[in-house]
Design a protein around this ligand. Structure first.
Ligand code: NOJ
Length: 576
């Protein structure tokens, strides 16, 4: 058995904390580091091995901290470096590691690097960002004079005009998030320095924000006009020119060599990589290439997307199963998967993939947990997922805080869309669904703050909260604890190979994991109907009938393969 030689993160479950919304210790309505320190026992009780903390650094908070103005400090809204050290010690004392968010595709426009870069065309830092003159023959600042036709992810052009120098700077996200120019070796060295700084302070790894966008195609070619969605007119999707650009692998290998390699204890690196192909995923996570340990690929969370993220279409379970299975197989011999249903950018998993009606909410939340955690890879639990937290009944545009949602509303309504329909789309797809306060108790604001929360708590906190679930052996929380423990105790969960069964079944997700003669059979009914999958062609039902149940979300599972609505059953067979 090769288990002891594995890097620790292959056996780990990661828990993501979005600090603004986790726990507020000082009553200002915004979560903070001392709030997290006060809740470490929640994490320890869940049994997770790692916390991934979304950005905590000084920031104008244009994109809730993903716009950083000082990488080596803590934003006062979240606390101080001393608070950070205390939080880290509290986590480490409980055997929990800490992974920080490394946001280095862009900085804030209030970062001193950008302030210097903007100050003059002759400043030594001018070339640290992407500055370009207007399109030839066009007047500076005129509509359409942007150097390329790329749309920003948050609406409008990806270029902002700077009247002082008569040039534009590139910002793939908001205009307050200028893109760093990784072609410049000084930029890369500065990034390496800040990564070292946090490693020296004791952190155990990094989640790297949109890391597959750091290399742009030289010359910055235009995209195909009109491909940025109906609210964006003639602007284009420029992503073919900056997703996995020509020097991405070189830049990551360099960072690995310069900063991450040779540490006494391996660090965990996970790259956020939108629009990633499996071929690129294999390259990025191949240990022999020394780039990243794992990636967040987006294929499965893009399956219900229409022409834009605001246009949701029904999810076909067959496509979801096929996608997950393809990545399982694709990274089986090289690389490693990260496994996730949600994070701070995605709607709540139980509302999106499960069934959040009262009768099925807890049951389907458990089913989703079981399916995900029994795949091969490192599972990520987003705060509140372990309680089955659901999407929010937003009623008014004033209920939203997210820059992406607010800009989309502005642009779509300006382009003539019906505001009620735009709101309906936001209700389904807005990132704010994931960002409402963590639901600790049935009390005011879910026990998140004694003040006024920056984003209102989901009214369902009176029923769905940690206090109500902690001592209930039947709760989603209790089920997640079992899932985490299972990964720690059953090598087949970590290392077993993966075989998808019944790929064409529209309601049943069935797969087998096998290692050294141990077999797990996972049967999950993604529907509100009773089902009886026909597995005769793929399994010997006689061998499995009555096999011990390792985990189930309902009492008394049938001895055969019958499944009740949203039921999941995991059975095990051992050699001998
Ligand atoms: C991905 C982050 O997860 C998201 O929240 C952010 O808006 C963008 N990257 C830009 O940093």
């Amino acid at each position: 058995m090769d288990v002891p030689a594995d890097p620790w993160w292959k056996h780990a479950v990661v828990y993501q904390i979005y600090p603004r919304s986790f726990a507020d210790s000082d009553g200002d309505g915004i979560g903070d580091l001392n709030g997290i320190t006060g809740k470490v026992d929640h994490l320890a009780a869940l049994g997770v091995d790692v916390v991934w903390l979304s950005p905590i650094h000084p920031s104008p908070q244009d994109d809730n901290g993903y716009d950083i103005s000082d990488y080596c400090a803590v934003d006062p809204v979240f606390g101080t470096l001393a608070d950070f050290d205390r939080m880290l010690a509290a986590l480490h004392d409980r055997g929990i590691r800490l992974v920080l968010d490394l946001v280095v595709n862009h900085t804030s426009d209030e970062h001193p690097w950008f302030e210097a870069s903007r100050s003059s065309v002759d400043d030594p830092r001018r070339d640290w960002y992407w500055w370009r003159p207007p399109r030839p023959g066009m007047s500076p600042g005129a509509p359409g004079a942007e150097p390329t036709n790329w749309a920003s992810f948050f609406g409008g052009p990806a270029w902002a005009f700077d009247a002082a120098s008569g040039e534009y700077y590139l910002h793939l996200f908001s205009r307050k998030q200028p893109d760093l120019n990784w072609e410049n070796p000084q930029v890369r060295a500065a990034v390496h320095d800040l990564v070292r700084w946090w490693i020296d302070r004791g952190v155990d790894g990094f989640r790297m924000d949109v890391i597959n966008m750091i290399s742009k195609v030289p010359g910055l070619p235009d995209g195909l006009p009109g491909t940025a969605g109906p609210a964006q007119g003639l602007l284009a999707d420029g992503s073919p020119h900056f997703i996995c650009g020509p020097r991405l692998h070189e830049f990551l290998q360099e960072m690995h060599r310069e900063v991450l390699a040779g540490r006494p204890e391996p660090l965990l690196t996970v790259g956020e990589t939108p629009s990633l192909t499996l071929a690129e995923g294999r390259l990025l996570t191949d240990p022999a290439r020394a780039e990243l340990d794992m990636v967040f690929q987006f294929e499965h969370v893009d399956l219900d997307r229409g022409s834009t993220k605001w246009d949701r279409r029904p999810l076909d379970l067959r496509a979801l199963k096929a996608s997950l299975a393809r990545w399982q197989e694709g990274l089986a011999d090289v690389g490693w998967n990260s496994l996730y249903w949600g994070n701070h950018d995605q709607p709540r998993a139980v509302s999106r993939f499960g069934d959040d009606r009262p009768a099925f909410r807890a049951r389907s939340a458990k089913l989703l947990g079981a399916v995900l955690h029994l795949h091969r890879g490192t599972p990520f639990v987003y705060q509140g997922e372990e309680l089955g937290m659901a999407d929010v009944p937003f009623t008014d545009i004033g209920d939203f805080r997210d820059i992406e949602s607010l800009h989309h509303y502005r642009d779509a309504v300006a382009a003539g869309a019906d505001p009620a329909q735009v709101l309906a789309a936001l209700r389904v797809s807005s990132r704010d669904n994931a960002r409402t306060p963590m639901q600790w108790t049935a009390g005011e604001h879910g026990g998140f703050t004694t003040g006024t929360p920056w984003l209102a708590a989901n009214p369902d906190h009176v029923d769905v909260n940690a206090a109500a679930q902690r001592d209930d052996p039947d709760s989603v929380w209790a089920f997640y604890r079992r899932l985490v423990a299972l990964r720690h105790h059953e090598p087949v969960v970590v290392h077993g190979d993966f075989t998808l069964l019944l790929p064409q079944d529209e309601r049943v997700h069935a797969f087998v994991r096998r290692l050294d003669g141990v077999e797990l059979l996972v049967l999950a009914n993604w529907s509100a109907d009773d089902v009886r999958p026909d597995l005769a062609a793929e399994l010997d039902e006689g061998q499995w009938r009555g096999a011990p149940v390792l985990l189930a979300n309902l009492p008394d599972p049938a001895p055969g393969f019958e499944l009740r609505p949203w039921e999941v059953v995991v059975r095990v067979r051992r050699p001998g």
